[in-house]
Ligand binder design. Structure first.
Ligand code: GAP
Length: 459
């Protein structure tokens, strides 16, 4: 396990909010709803509400800019969720993608063996009443085509990664890529998880952001270190506090079937340290497997040495849902302001669902306020909010993490100015309408987290 080495990281500290607080805020404010709630819900399925959807888009966009558009050595793809089932035989998922399942002989609850504490059944409390663990394959499957028999059996992908491996040759040829280069993808994955708790931390349908970085074998260790630092930098760019994060190397017995070494970026959740992202050294496992099973050569011709080689792969893999949950925990704060509790989400401007809220002091000045709103909409994720008292509206915007509010008042018509109120300091400043867009940009910049350099991170 490695401290991130940042001078200001300090000792690991726990999150302020517990899980119930975050679940309740997420529902009350429109981030995350239990799926199919009117039918009693559906285990481990959640629907994202209007603010959750905005936040997810911001997370994806930030990752895509960081991993693909901001670099010239990574390209993106979108592969099919349901494809040829031979992929999953070759990848080892049919054989190895299993969790140890035990059954309580007292109440028949089925549990993941490594999630059972003190040999006690969490459903009925019976002690030591478990069957021996058996392998439970976590892939979800379906039948494809008009004949409902096993010949149509296909899998919903359990990771996006294989889409990159089976397209290695297509991408290399179409894009004329030279090593090292990466293929990235964002998309849904599905796993029949045995234990699903802790809200959106572990669900059966989730979204992954993965990148396979193909490189010369002799460069792979150096690049593994590079990507660990680079990925930490991205998490810091979202504003996640360094003291809530750590890197932990997998012990040999923990490694996935394809991995030569994996480091997890872990978060100090209220229930303990948990994986946010995995950064794996997959060696040549996947390209070799697909080459053997498909009969197609999946190699790289090195023009410098005139040799065909099988590249090695470094893979950073993270879930959109888990990043969103981490951000809600990390950003949540409670303060006392003038004898009242203020809940504030200190989200980075790039991630906050609303960047600027326009608040008319009274409904009577709606036309002017709408004019201001319309002038901001092309530049920012803006929201117009005119219900309830101004104090309540500020609190509501604080609670959803809106960095800035712009208040339009009775003076605005006369002096052509509005008030900007900052979420974190609650300071207010009068700004002429002619300078408003620039003034907002400046304030958003000052609220944007500083990203450490590679040299500032020691791992
Ligand atoms: N291709 C490698 C791979 O899939 P993983 O560690 O199994 O590795 C990568 O998954 C990331 O995907 C995890 O770190 C986590 O953020 C997310 N993830 C995995 N399973 C998940 C689940 N059941 N629910 C939500 N997110 C999940």
């Amino acid at each position: 396990m490695t401290d991130t080495g940042l001078s200001d990281s300090g000792p690991a500290s726990e999150m302020t909010a517990d899980l119930d607080t975050i679940v309740s805020l997420a529902k009350r404010r429109g981030f995350v709803f239990p799926s199919a709630e009117i039918y009693g819900g559906f285990a481990a399925s959640y629907d994202y509400g209007p603010l959750g959807v905005e936040m997810r888009r911001n997370i994806r966009e930030s990752w895509w800019r960081w991993m693909v558009q901001g670099r010239d050595d990574v390209v993106g793809i979108e592969a099919a969720i349901i494809s040829n089932p031979r992929i999953w035989v070759a990848s080892g998922h049919v054989e190895n993608f299993t969790d140890p399942l035990v059954e309580c002989t007292n109440c028949q609850a089925r549990l993941r063996a490594d999630h059972v504490e003190d040999n006690t059944c969490p459903s009925c409390g019976a002690v030591g009443k478990f069957t021996a663990p058996r392998k439970f394959n976590m892939m979800l499957s379906t039948i494809v085509g008009p004949v409902a028999d096993e010949s149509g059996r296909a899998f919903l992908r359990p990771e996006t990664a294989q889409g990159m491996f089976v397209n290695f040759d297509n991408v290399q040829t179409a894009m004329r890529k030279r090593l090292p280069f990466g293929i990235a993808q964002i998309g849904k994955s599905f796993r029949n998880e045995i234990t699903v708790k802790q809200f959106i931390f572990r669900t059966r349908e989730f979204e992954q952001m993965e990148m396979e970085y193909f490189c010369h074998p002799e460069q792979s260790m150096e690049l593994h270190t590079y990507w660990k630092k680079e990925r930490l930098r991205w998490h810091y760019s979202l504003g996640i506090r360094p003291q809530h994060l750590r890197l932990r190397d997998h012990a040999p017995e923990e490694l996935s079937h394809y991995s030569r070494g994996t480091s997890d970026v872990e978060v100090h959740y209220p229930w303990g340290w948990g994986e946010l992202e995995g950064i794996a050294h997959r060696g040549d496992y996947d390209l070799t497997q697909h080459s053997t099973h498909s009969g197609k050569k999946l190699t790289y011709f090195d023009p410098d040495t005139n040799q065909h080689i099988v590249p090695h792969v470094i893979e950073p893999a993270v879930g959109v849902d888990r990043v969103l949950l981490t951000l809600l925990f990390d950003a949540y704060a409670e303060e006392e302001v003038e004898g009242e509790k203020r809940v504030v989400l200190r989200l980075a401007p790039a991630i906050a669902p609303v960047t600027v809220a326009v608040l008319p002091l009274s409904k009577k000045i709606e036309p002017k306020a709408r004019e201001v709103f319309d002038s901001l909409r092309p530049h920012f994720r803006a929201q117009y909010d005119d219900s309830q008292s101004i104090g309540r509206r500020y609190r509501r915007q604080d609670e959803i993490g809106t960095p800035l509010c712009v208040t339009v008042d009775f003076e605005t018509e006369n002096d052509g100015a509005v008030t900007i109120r900052e979420r974190d300091s609650m300071q207010q400043v009068r700004v002429p309408l002619t300078d408003l867009v620039t003034a907002i940009h400046e304030r958003l910049d000052s609220l944007t987290p500083r990203i450490p350099t590679h040299d500032e991170i020691s791992i």
